[in-house]
Write a protein that binds this ligand. Structure first.
Ligand code: SAM
Length: 222
């Protein structure tokens, strides 16, 4: 319909299909109070991540880019009681806000926040040789996307689901001459995924409560 705001459609979908969760609302309020940028996933996207984790039967989840833990809560809520989630965050203040949000949501027991550059945390995870992750959500600095994808593959098994946020950037991803490092990083991600025989992938454009962007969803096949 003409003149309908995509944000209003998101609100309508939320009202129809999303359970109310005071902990998620409180997390967004705490993020705002703490001065964090409002660059969390939209509620309908959080529910998508949650459903993907449940569909995959995820018991171990890795998130790269915590912010205040909004997407972390959605993902952690998909875990069985013995499930574990590791989330990586560069900014100590973001991690502090996230810690309180995860505790308020009752999921702190199954979540660990590692503070520092994701590249370092990912290297440490590889050295620790833990069990592979069942789902990886990549949502940090977009310049790091290819390195994060490669690390995610090392930390995966056949059947692992890898999701990457912000892969459309209001169509900016079509511009091969862009000097925006986020677009360069995102275009390089598509090339890396396309060239990787162990991945089967697609990307979906998203718009609604948040500006026009997209999710890349990949399955590790071998
Ligand atoms: N996933 C979160 C959500 O939906 O609620 C949003 C994450 S936000 C888009 C990106 C986060 O990645 C920010 O908190 C930022 O500080 C963090 N970040 C940026 N560069 C990073 C790096 N090199 N290593 C780890 N985290 C990084």
């Amino acid at each position: 319909a003409d003149g309908v705001d995509p944000g209003a459609v998101d609100a309508w979908i939320e009202a129809k299909l999303l359970e109310s969760d005071p902990a998620l609302d409180a997390a967004l309020a705490a993020n705002e109070a703490g001065g964090l940028p409002a660059i969390d996933v939209a509620p309908v996207q959080g529910k998508l991540l949650h459903l993907l984790a449940r569909i995959a039967g995820a018991r171990r989840i890795l998130e790269i880019g915590t912010l205040g833990g909004y997407s972390t809560i959605w993902l952690a809520r998909a875990l069985p009681p013995e499930g574990r989630l590791v989330t990586l965050e560069l900014e100590p203040h973001h991690a502090t806000v996230a810690e309180a949000n995860l505790a308020r949501a009752g999921v702190a027991d199954r979540c660990a926040i590692r503070v520092g550059p994701a590249a370092d945390s990912l290297a440490a995870l590889q050295e620790e040789a833990q069990a592979p992750f069942d789902l990886v959500f990549i949502d940090a600095d977009k310049e790091g996307n290819v390195a994060y994808l490669r690390a995610a593959l090392v930390l995966s098994r056949p059947g692992t689901v890898i999701v990457v946020d912000n892969v459309v950037r209001a169509g900016g991803v079509l511009d091969p001459a862009s000097d925006d490092p986020r677009i360069i990083g995102t275009r390089a991600l598509y090339d890396a995924v396309a060239a990787e025989p162990r991945l089967s992938a697609t990307a979906l454009q998203t718009i609604g409560a948040k500006p026009w962007d997209g999710f890349l969803i990949a399955l590790v096949t071998g």
